[in-house]
Structures are given as C-alpha cells and as structure tokens.
Design a protein around this ligand. Sequence first.
Ligand code: SF4
Ligand code: SF4
Length: 676
Amino acid sequence: MTVFSIIFLVILVVSFAGIAASMRRLFSYMALGKPDNRFDKPIKRLKRTFTIAFLETKLLRDPVAGALHLGIFWGFVVLLFAVIETIGEGLFHGFSLSGMGWLYSVITCSQDFFCLIVAFAVALAFWRRTVKKVKRLQVDEEHQLDATLILLMILIVVSSYLLQSAAQISIFGMRPHAVRPVARLLSGMLFGDNSFTVASYQILWWIHILAVLGFMNYLPFSKHLHVITSIPNVYFSWRSKPVPLKPINFEEEGVEKFGAGEFFDFTWKQLLDAYTCTECGRCTSVCPANQTGKELNPKIIITAIRDRMMDFAPIALAGNQESGQSGSAAEKKFIGGYESEAAIWACTTCGACMEECPVTIEHIPAIVDMRRNLVMMESRFPDELQATFRNLENNFTPWAFPSGERAHWAEGKNIVTMAENPNDYDVLFWVGCAGSFDARYKSVTAAFSELMNIAGVRYRILGMEEKCTGDPARRAGNEYLAQMLMKDNIETLGRYGVRKIVTTCPHCFNILLNEYPQFGGKYEVIHHTTFIETLIREGRLKPLTSIMQDIVYHDPCYLGRHNNEYDAPRNDIRRIPGAHLTEMGRNRDKSFCCGAGGARMFMEETEGKRVNIERTEEALATGATTIAAACPFCMTMMTDGVKAKNKIESVAVKDIAELILESVRVKPAGDPVPFA
Ligand code: SF4
Ligand code: SF4
C-alpha cells in the first residue's frame, strides 16, 4: 500500500465512522416511537416502492419539478458506480470496474450524460429558488442555507467527476469498454499530455471524493436526509389508499396516555416520516386551510415533529421521557411550542397533502393523533365540539335532534326497516345523520330512495336503530366516543346479518368500508353514485328527460381522493340527455376541499377566507348553472357559498341523485319508453 492509499484509507474510515455514528443516533431517536406493523405484504410494498420511489410517479404530477428531480435521482444512482470506482482507485492503484464489459460502457456513457443533466437540474433548482422564487420553495434563512449548501455540494460532486474523467482520459487514455463522449470532448478542449493535466487530475480526484464523503456526512444533519430515508419511507408507507386511522385499544392494561402529546407518542413510522420530509412544500401548496390563510401548514406539522425529536430525543434518551424536566427544549411544550394548536384544528382531513407528497408522508394520522391527545388527555378542543360530542353521546348524531326522529323522513313513503322485515332485501340503505336530519339533505335521501323504488331495488333502512358512524368523533380526536358508536352499529348490523350497504354520504361510506373492519365489521359498501351508475347500466334506471344545463361536479374528498371514485358521478351526469359536464381547474385527485371534512363541519371558521367560498368561486367561474354534489357536507358548504355570492337565483346546488331523478321521473311527451 502506498502512503497515498494509507492516508485515503484513514479518511475513508473516519468518514464512514461519522456516517455510522449519525445513523445510530437517528435510529435511537426513531426507536423511541411506538410500534407499528408495516412489514406485511412485501411484494405489494416493493411494487409501490418501484413506482413511487424509482419512477417518481408522484413527483411527476408537477412535470417540470418532477423531471428535474428524476434527473437528479437517476443521475445519482448511476454515479454510485463512479463513487465505488473512485474509492477503489484510492485504495488500489489502477482499480477499475471495466471488467463489467458492455455494462461498463452503458454505465460510463450514462454517467457522462447524467453529470450534465444533474448540473443542469441543479442550476435550474437554484434559479427556481432564487430568481423565480417559487412560493412553495421559500423557506427561512437556516433552511435556505441548507438547501444552497446541498445544491452546491451536488454541483461540485458532478462537475469534479466529469473534469476528473476528462483529465484521466488525457493522461491514461480511455479505459477498456469505457464510453465517455462528454469527458472525451472536455479532455480535448481543456487538457493535454502535460504536468498541468496530471496536477489537475489529482486535485479534481480529491475534490470529488472529499465532496462525496462530506455530502454523506452532512446528510444526516440536513433536510436532504430524505436521500437516505425516502425509499424505506415509501416501502413502509400504508400500502394502499386510504390510510386508516390507527385504533386505540382502550382495554390494554397499563395504557394511560392516548394520542400524541410528545414526539415519542408517534409510531416509529411517523418519526421516519418526519426524517423524510424534503420540505418541498407540495403539501402546503394544495392545503385548503393553508391556501385560505389559516395557520395550518402541513409541511410544518411534519417538520415540527422532526425539530422536536432532534431537540428533545437526547433528553428523552437520557432517561427523562416522561418528566421532560431538563434542558431548554423541555421547557417548550410540543403542542403549543412546536405545533400550533390552531393549526391542528384547522385540518379538514381532505388528504390533498398526502396525495401530493412525493415521499408518501402520512399527515392526517399525525394530525388526528395530536387531536386525540388534546381531546382525551387535555380536554382541550374548540368550544363548538363540546355540543357535537354531547349530541353524539346522547342523540347519536352530531346535531341536537332526538334520535327518535331519525326515520321521520321516511314517514308515508312505505319504506321498510330492518326491524320490520329483516329478510328478502338486496341492500341496506345507510341513511346517515345528514340524510336523516338535515332539512336540505333529507330531500336527497328521498330522491335516492325513490330512484331505488323506480329501479325495483329491495332495500331496508335501520331507522331509529342507526347511529352516527362515528366519523366526526373519530376525526375530531374523540376516539373513545367514535369506537362506542362504531361498535354499537357493528352490533346492530351483525344482528341483522347485513353484508351489503349503500349510502349517500362519502364519510359514512369511507368509515364503514375502511375502518369498521378494524372492529370486526366487514361489509360491501357502495356509494349511491356508483349504485346509480350500475342501475343505469343494467337498464333499471333510464334517464330520458333532457336537462339542458352546464353542470360542474365537485369531488367530495372522501369519495374521490380517499377512495379513488371519480368516474361514477361523472358517468351519471353524462347519462343525462342534454346535460353538459364541465370541470373546475382543480378536479379529481387535485380537487379542492369544501371545508367541512375532519369534523370542520361542526367548528367555526374564523381565520382567513372561508374554504367553501374559495371552492364556490372556482365552481362559479366555470359558468355552470348547476353545481353537482355527492356528499351532504359538500352540499351544505357549496349552497352556503352560492348564497354568500348572491347567486342562489341563478345557480343551483343539487345532488347527483336529484339530477338523475329529474331525468328519470319526468316522462318526455310522446316518449313511449316506460321507465318505472
Ligand atoms: S388533510 Fe387537507 S386540510 Fe389537512 S393538512 Fe392535509 S391538505 Fe391541509
Ligand atoms: S410533507 Fe411531503 S409534500 Fe410536504 S413538504 Fe414534506 S416532503 Fe414535501
């Protein structure tokens, strides 16, 4: 071994020891989190990792930034071989990977071009941050410095490598199987067979390897930690949509703390999320609360967990987990100090942040975990929720209606309850609280039941035996109350052996389908828009009457983004003769929330612009005369919005069921086709 090799070996050992120490520290912090089983279904997880992490499908939702990042990412994958080769060269004179044959040709050629692509991508990234000042990329000074440093390091790594390769060609010629068109060109332009080239080669070699080692050592202290954590984070993310809320086992012995009031109350996966946030701001740019001026910033929800962990984990590891009485970080509370309480309550759980996040961070469970802590441990929540929780406890509905009136809408309609006849039916119609009590939505309930009558569907309702599904209580953090309602309903449904449910409410649909199984309630659940689509397809409903209107459809978050149902409601509208379906700019998985989800329906909205106004303005801007809804909360919010904009005389807000009924019920003059 030469002196040079020995010096290099020492540098290498010190660098890797530094990286190992940093990783050990990060692991020890993460190990403070609660358990979470994210090790099932490895094949499904690998497939997801391939598409999201390696093909960067989520990043490509923004074509410019996505293509930019894809270039940097794959550039680095290919350049990994360059790092291996450089380290080998440092240790063993004349080391080369050229024995890989044709693969070496592919790798070297790609390295050359990727160096150019990465350099271009870095320059573009600088321009977007400093000249174009893309809003979501604007951060505080400390984070700006971090981003600049990282971009500079990347630029040094790739440019030094390219120039080093060029000098190497001038001195030693092209290696066997190497294909380096860019480096060859630079070699001819910049270097010759002289001492300047030899000195340049040596200097560039050291610059390159020291930049690589410096970069790797700096990563664990930087937001670019995601370079290391994003692939495992995608692998361990929830394997499909929607991400369910984790149930709390209230019967578990010794558990005295509920929800997350400190960073170590989150699961290890949530702490991995916190490490992985790239601070790209994509979540913030689509958050309805943030975009209408609320304090909530989903990016900060996640980075605050990381900041708290970095500040407080050393204290916690020193044995002060529960007391947290030592150190300056411990003087600052987690909720209130790092996380804004107002922000936690501003979330509508619309899921836009999670849809957009390129590294599959799960914001909603983290927010709900903090709400759980505030509600169940601290008894601190917006005043309005007091009445909601009380009503849910006493009346089994969020509103102050007696539960005995739940089936009043059905009076005189010849609708049969399960108690009256639990046999010979096709489907249970889950009416929901809004469908049962809300003056406006009761007409949607009636319209849908009429459609089922016309189509000859044999259905039952639970009537007074139905209780709120628990969705608002669960999203508001009152897991105890939510579980009480869920278990009562499961008991009722089980008693009647219910297997198939149809509902007009996406919130009921979502919780019945995705969260009731957590407590043993497994059903086939169908949203009424999907049900109507099937009835039309089967010819059991025939929309024949023209409705000559421009209809704009607003996607409910819990039907669309959370459950991927975008087409059925649109297909229903398209089946109406004369109806012209128009779209808002933000539609389908990019849709903008109405503002009522996550129990926001039951809270005041005093900060910033109202979310429903923002969405209504967008709908009105299309010029449509009808706004089609498929959710009781959306219906209320959009109707309020239209009223606030003084457009109620010219723009109607209608449910899909009402529109279909209008087209089905009125038989066109002279039309011989029977429809009922
Ligand atoms: S779920 Fe919706 S409202 Fe809540 S933080 Fe995410 S984007 Fe914002
Ligand atoms: S949470 Fe995801 S989308 Fe939001 S800033 Fe972090 S990485 Fe970007």
